[in-house]
Design a protein around this ligand. Structure first.
Ligand SMILES: Nc1ncnc2c1ncn2[C@@H]1O[C@H](COP(=O)(O)OP(=O)(O)OP(=O)(O)O)[C@@H](O)[C@H]1O
Ligand SMILES: [Mg+2]
Length: 532
């Protein structure tokens, strides 16, 4: 159970949330929604006790399991399975058992006896905590989230960003907390895992706060909706399921629109009246008051107006290049004993649209990293054609320099461009005024996605390598970005679980992993997108 009283949130000088009071009890399934940068992650952090509110209190009863939006970087040498087990403190027990086992082989009898005693002691504790069954429970949770057995034996360092996130999700679910706080849990999940998660969360008996742009999940899981309205800095609480919430919000929005129009009309009337009266000295004071009232009315209205602001994106014409700007031959990659793929050939023609499909862990991200040159293949080579300019959008935003500001990132992506031009492009990606001075590290998930895409735009790239570019985006921004991609004249190589993204791209070719077969696109493959 979590209860929040008069909680106020700020980010720097900006007010995100003005005094919210609510409770999340067992059985409450809350969908926390709002547009990118509204403050959802900030609120979740505060509820999880990882951040302090600017004012007000948060009290927690029972245990809370928190999945942050950004992958947590724990000890990267730890084995994936141990990471999951750590949620119940089992990892240290098992490590202790392994140590005690070694001690039991010690030639020194005293140490050997100590080892035996320690082993017995630890094993007793292990039995109390659910023992060895827990290990197979963890493995089956992981399997449901698309993590095969062999991945669990690997150190986290060798896993892809998407796999690491699924390990974190498995860890939170395995922990068995009374209340779950999940920030974008479906990012990087394939359709089977999403549908498993849906059922799991629906059956969950505890309290839940889930932040998600995945309406199929919200529709089935939630029985309350908290809408964080970024324009009014208010948390609107609806004790309704998803569909009923949508209807109600539509009604509320219509009512506010009506009120706004009325206010505008009144303000205009007041203003013209004030103008007339100002001429007469005796009425100057009254005129001033009227003017003030008109301004107050309009101030209330302008906040709502900002809500209609959506990015209008257009990718510029890419730099000229040869017929086949990018190709690769006989690419192979392994991590340790795990062979990701072998002998993959790819050819990307000017303006081509290629989709990379493959099950989780089939190496889609790895292939993009090889093509982008951020990682070397074990065999084979990547060949840049005449005039190639690559733009790489990484799943985990690792192309962004978090220590620099938004504007500085822009400057290093396009050093020859004037600052006014930088600001203009950032503006069309919804970074206005003070936003450009923010350190990139504090940006919200959706804001980072927008910035990374803006950097691609200024680079004049003629081949874009895009790894899950629609994750984290609110529906408005997502539609804009898909439309811009649709009209973009350069070539695109896309990795995604988002069927809408594939629709927008209208691909001609597909690369199927791990076999590396390149083929013409056909509509039957569309069904594979969400599954892959
Ligand atoms: N230290 C800071 N200084 C200035 N702004 C900040 C700071 N920390 C966070 N912000 C801003 O606060 C806002 C809220 O961020 P938050 O991550 O909570 O948004 P969100 O609703 O989770 O968005 P998304 O849907 O994109 O994940 C963002 O605009 C972010 O840039
Ligand atoms: Mg967020």
């Amino acid at each position: 159970m979590i209860s929040a009283r008069d909680v106020e949130l700020r980010a720097g000088a900006r007010l995100l949330l003005d005094s919210a009071t609510f409770q999340v009890a067992a059985g409450d399934k809350v969908g926390l929604v709002g547009r990118n940068g509204a403050g959802k992650t900030t609120l979740a952090r505060v509820l999880a006790g990882e951040g302090q509110p600017a004012a007000g209190q948060v009290a927690t009863g029972g245990s809370v399991g928190y999945l942050p939006q950004d992958t947590m970087v724990g000890d990267l040498e730890a084995l994936a399975l141990d990471r999951i087990l750590s949620a119940r403190g089992l990892d240290s027990l098992l490590a202790g058992l392994r140590e005690a086992e070694m001690q039991m082989a010690d030639p020194n009898p005293a140490r050997r006896d100590a080892g035996v005693r320690r082993y017995g002691h630890l094993e007793e504790r292990l039995t109390v905590l659910g023992g060895y069954a827990a290990e197979s429970e963890a493995a089956s949770l992981a399997a449901s989230l698309g993590l095969p057995q062999k991945v669990l034996k690997q150190p986290l360092r060798t896993l892809s960003g998407g796999q690491r996130r699924r390990i974190e999700l498995a860890r939170i679910l395995f922990g068995g907390s009374d209340t779950l706080l999940l920030d974008e849990p479906t990012n990087h999940l394939d359709a089977d895992s999403v549908s498993w998660l849906r059922d799991h969360l629906r059956a969950f008996r505890g309290g839940l706060v889930v932040i998600s742009h995945d309406t199929s999940l919200l529709d089935v899981v939630v029985n309350r909706v908290f809408h964080l309205d970024a324009d009014r800095s208010v948390l609107d609480i609806y004790n309704l399921g998803w569909q009923a919430y949508l209807d109600q919000r539509e009604t509320d929005a219509r009512r506010r629109r009506r009120e706004r129009l009325n206010a505008e009309r009144q303000a205009v009337a007041l203003q013209s009246q004030a103008d007339k009266m100002r001429a007469k000295a005796t009425k100057a004071k009254a005129a001033q008051n009227m003017q003030k009232r008109a301004e107050r009315l309009l101030a209330g209205v302008s906040a709502d107006r900002a809500a209609e602001r959506v990015a209008k994106l257009r990718f510029p014409v890419p730099a000229h290049c040869g017929k086949t700007p990018l190709s690769a031959q006989r690419l192979s990659k392994s991590y340790g004993s795990l062979e990701v793929f072998t002998d993959v050939d790819v050819a990307v023609d000017r303006g081509a649209r290629v989709v990379v499909l493959g099950l989780n862990g089939a190496g889609k991200t790895t292939l993009l990293r090889l093509l982008a040159g951020v990682e070397d293949p074990d065999t084979g080579e990547v060949l840049g054609g005449h005039g190639l300019r690559l733009g790489y959008y990484a799943q985990e935003h690792e192309t962004l320099d978090n220590s620099r500001t938004v504007l500085e990132n822009m400057r290093s992506a396009a050093p020859d461009m004037a600052e006014s031009e930088h600001r203009k492009i950032l503006g069309s990606f919804l970074f206005s005024g003070d936003d450009v001075a923010k350190p990139t590290g504090v940006l919200s998930g959706g804001e980072k996605t927008r910035l990374a895409l803006a950097l691609l735009v200024v680079s004049g790239a003629n081949v874009l390598l895009l790894d899950e570019p629609t994750n984290n985006l609110d529906p408005g921004s997502r539609a804009e970005i898909l439309a811009a991609l649709h009209n973009y004249q350069g070539a695109i190589v896309l990795v995604t679980h988002d069927e809408g993204a594939v629709d927008a791209l209208q691909p001609e070719r597909v690369v199927l992993l791990p076999d590396g077969v390149e083929d013409a696109w056909s509509e039957e493959l569309a069904d594979l997108v969400a599954l892959a």
